[in-house]
Each structure stands twice: as structure tokens, then as C-alpha cells.
Unconditional design. Sequence first.
Length: 365
Amino acid sequence: MSPTPPPPAFGLTRRERILDELHRSGSVRVSDLARDLGVAELTVRRDIGALADQGLLTRVHGGATLRSALDTSIPQRRAAGPPKYRVGMIVPSLSYYWPQIILGARAAASATGVQLVLRGASYAVDDQRRQIASLLDGESLHGLIVAAETSGPEGATLLQWLDDIPLPVVLVERHAPSALGLTRVEWVTSDHVVGGTLAARHLAERGHRRVGLLTSPGSPTSAPLRKGWKRAVRELGLVATVDSSAALDTLAGAGREAEIDRILDECRRTGTTALTIHSDPQAVLFQQHARDRGWNLPADLAIVAYDDEVAESAEPPITALRPPKQQVGRLAVETMAARLADGRRRPVQRTYLLPELRRRESTAR
């Protein structure tokens, strides 16, 4: 049987574009690629299958991700010998949001000769410090990748401690206030300030003039998101009508309904036609309750979500800002590997990645 001929030039170009998009955002969807490339979804699925067979990506339902260290479908292309470095990684959650960052980190670790030692913590500073100290005491580590809390006096103390320890430290999806004057800690983070700006601009482009914001209390994302959103609202000449903070996804049924009803009443009273909501679960809960109360969405109220974990599965699908989570994890490991390889002669690197706006029916004209 003769070998299968290589794909034509346009096929190679198409697959290169798929890989470029994958390395830019960390994951791709068949439907998005088919639209962007102007080909059938079946063609994209075949391209993804061919790239997976070469070990260049991992197929998932509806798309592909960066090659995972857990993908055993074909042998991994590993560096010769044992890992060069052992790096501790501490994240505040092993469920929502962070699995994608961990996936990107593992893919980069496999490619750069890094052994990751993962620990889950919480959003409490004391717990994070305890987990970090336990890793430092019990493991022979070369560096730390940490999603540390950064707000308030306790956060400032934790950051100062991390800047003083004798190991390289890379913050992941976090950054330190410039007033602390830290000189050693590096970071890779999504630029949530720009994310807030993009949300407000999208609503302005859709013709909305009276807009509101609902964020999650205690989330490190909320403050920079609000900063960018408020600045854009002011610069675009919009009217900020609603500004609330609520934990809809943790409230009991009656309490949740009462809180959403309160915000809906405020939207109706102020003539608000669009809301930006962080996070995805809040946006989905808010939207479905509004529909149950007879609101016509998006005609009565447009919604933009932030995080894009489950927004696409809502009814209608919710427009969302998607932080490049896998790429954040990947670049955090690559930054650490470069630091360990180059030592102190390497300039301190602090990287911000822009979220991507995914337009869906919840903000349709």
C-alpha cells in the first residue's frame, strides 16, 4: 500500500493557522475555526485529527487543546533524561477557572524539562502561606509558581515575603502593586483591566448607552475588571447606572432570587439596557432568572459575561470575555524555566495577556 500523499499547500497553511491559534489562546473550537478559515467543520476535524496523530495537540469534544502531559494516545516527545528542574505550583482552586491554567502549565513543563509539584490552596492568605511553606520545607525545589493573594496588608506582606525568599517566584494570574517596589518577583497574568474596557466598548458598539456592572465579591478579578470598565464607560460617554457586587452562585434559592430581582428592578428603574457580569455562573443564573421573570433577552437586557467557562452553554449563549487561561499557565512555566536557565543576568519579566471577546446571541442587535 502506497503512503498517503501529503496534504496540498493550502491544507498545510490551514493546519499551521490552527496551531498558531492554539498557541495563542490555548484551545480552539471546531465551529470557530471553520468560520474563520471558511471551510466545513468536517475539514477542520480532519485537520485536528491529523495534528493529534502527530502529537501536536490533544483532541477534546468540539475542538482541541495544547498537548496535555496526560495525553497518552501517542508517545510524548520528551527531553532526554530526568527533568532539569522541580517547581512548586500553588493555586487557590482545583475546579473553576484554574484547571485550564494547570493544563497549560503541564504542557509547558513537559516541553521544558520541568517537573511540577502541584498544590491546591484557597483564597485565604494564611492558607496560601502555609501551603507555600510546606512545599519549601518538604520538597527540593528550584522555583515557585504561585497564585498569591495581593490585596490588603496581608497580601502585601505575603508578596514581600515571596520577593525575599531565595528561590525564583513567578505569580500566575496575579500581579503585585507597583507601590511595593518588588524587584525579583515575576508574573504572567491576564489583563483584566483591558477586559473590562473591551466589555464596555462592545456594548457601546451595540448601541447601549445606559449600562451596569455586577461582579463577584472577594474575587481578585473584580477590582481590575471594574477599573477598566468604569474608565471605558467614562471615556465612551456612557452612563453607569448599576454597580453591584453579589455572590449569586453561593446564595440559597430564595436569597438568590431576591438579589436578582433587586438588580432587575434597578435596571428597569434606571433604563439600563446592558450588564457586564463577572463571573460566568453569575451571568448564567442572572440570565435564566430574568427570562423566568418575563424579560425578553437580549431585547430588554443584553449581557456580557467574564471568564467564558460556561457562558456558551446558556440560553441564549452569552457573549463573554475569555482570559487566555492555558496560555497564562504555559507562559508562567516558560518564564520560570528561562529564569532558572539564565539566572540573575536575565531581566525581570512581567507579562500581561489580553482577554478575547467571544460574541454571541446575548448581545445581538
